[in-house]
Write a protein that binds this ligand. Structure first.
Ligand code: 2P0
Length: 343
């Protein structure tokens, strides 16, 4: 009966997330197991809307992102995720060889993001998170099972499957069963928190995250110290600051962790340079803003690219944009959109 009731097609929306404590470095590349825990905020305004359809009798999977068909021979990420979903489904008693001969089940995925994927935002986190969520709805996987599937597509995707403040537990086991994300606080815990993304450069990065992480793991002498000593302390400090709504401590940890992630990049050999001159100007500007306000009211963070994300309270948004605009001459169109959304 369960098999007869399985749905054939599901559409879901899953947002991006931005790491406050960064994931950088894998202990297992196949299973995408990280060296350290990471913590993120899910940014609900930017999401991937994804439809997954079960194709019975087809000979291959088909994935299109923003209308562009993906070459699945170039990346094993989709096939790993699909294979795991079908393996878990079989474990529940679905035997494809009985019902479909040797052809088996394949998936058709159509994904659209409501933001440009070139902006350096974690579009893969939203995309793979959405595929995992759709597969969960199709096949009734439990939350942890589905979360591990998202991780097989892209590490940071497991964090996108939950709202609010989310912690991806690195885990210790070789099979990755203990590596999944949990929610620390839901989105209603701190409803006045806002994020603004500033795009300086929409070029594709020279060294992608996967290669960059590998290089850091192989060559950075600082990375073990970060993973073993610094991150565990920071996760505790950040969680406590969030619980107490202590923005100043939260902001300081966010900026320090962004700085340390980029220090690890520079400590890799050959060095990884993701920040641009504009990124540095931006960091100085945030510092000057905080100094001018006499309090830490804004926090920057940068991922594996030059674009900035700023976290701040809703009450600081107007002041911050005014200050940033005086230094950076932001495009008016973007500013109006921000005002509409956040004021
Ligand atoms: C993060 N980043 O925590 C860090 C900060 C980039 C800098 O997660 O290889 O696309 O798919 O596990 O998740 C980007 O890496 O890498 C990332 P894979 P992913 O958000």
């Amino acid at each position: 009966l369960a098999m007869l009731m399985e749905k054939n097609s599901v559409t879901v929306e899953v947002p991006i997330n931005i790491a406050l404590i960064k994931y950088w470095g894998k202990r297992d590349e196949e299973l995408i197991l990280p060296l350290n825990d990471s913590v993120s905020l899910t940014v609900d305004a930017l999401f991937a809307r994804t439809t997954v359809t079960v194709l019975k009798g087809a000979s291959e999977h088909e994935v299109s992102v923003n209308g562009k068909l993906q070459d699945l021979t170039k990346s094993s990420r989709y096939s790993r995720l699909f294979a795991e979903a079908l393996r878990q489904r079989r474990k529940r008693g679905h035997n494809e060889s009985e019902s479909n001969g040797s052809v088996g089940v394949h998936f058709k995925v159509t994904s659209e993001t409501n933001f440009p994927t070139c902006a350096g935002l974690a579009s893969s986190a939203a995309g793979f998170g959405a595929i995992a969520l759709a597969l969960q709805e199709l096949f009734s996987f439990d939350d942890v099972e589905a979360n591990r599937m998202a991780r097989l597509g892209s590490g940071s995707a497991c964090r996108s499957m939950l709202g609010g403040l989310v912690r991806w537990h690195a885990g210790e086991s070789d099979d990755g069963l203990d590596s999944y994300a949990t929610q620390l606080f839901d989105e209603s815990e701190w409803p006045s928190l806002r994020s603004i993304v500033f795009v300086f450069d929409d070029m594709e990065k020279k060294v992608g995250s996967t290669l960059g992480m590998r290089r850091s793991v192989e060559t950075s002498a600082l990375l073990p110290h970060r993973a073993l000593v610094v991150v565990p302390q920071r996760v505790e400090k950040l969680s406590k600051a969030f619980e107490e709504r202590d923005f100043e401590t939260l902001a300081t940890v966010i900026m320090q962790d962004s700085n340390q992630f980029h220090a690890i990049c520079l400590d890799s050999h050959p060095p990884l340079k993701y920040l641009s001159e504009s990124s540095w100007d931006f960091m100085v500007m945030v510092q000057e803003f905080n100094d001018s306000m006499g309090a830490v009211l804004a926090a920057y963070t940068f991922d594996a690219g030059p674009n900035a994300c700023v976290f701040l309270e809703k009450t600081s948004v107007a002041n911050f944009i005014k200050f940033a605009n005086e230094r950076f001459c932001l495009p008016q169109k973007g500013l109006d959109e921000v005002r509409e959304d956040y004021e």
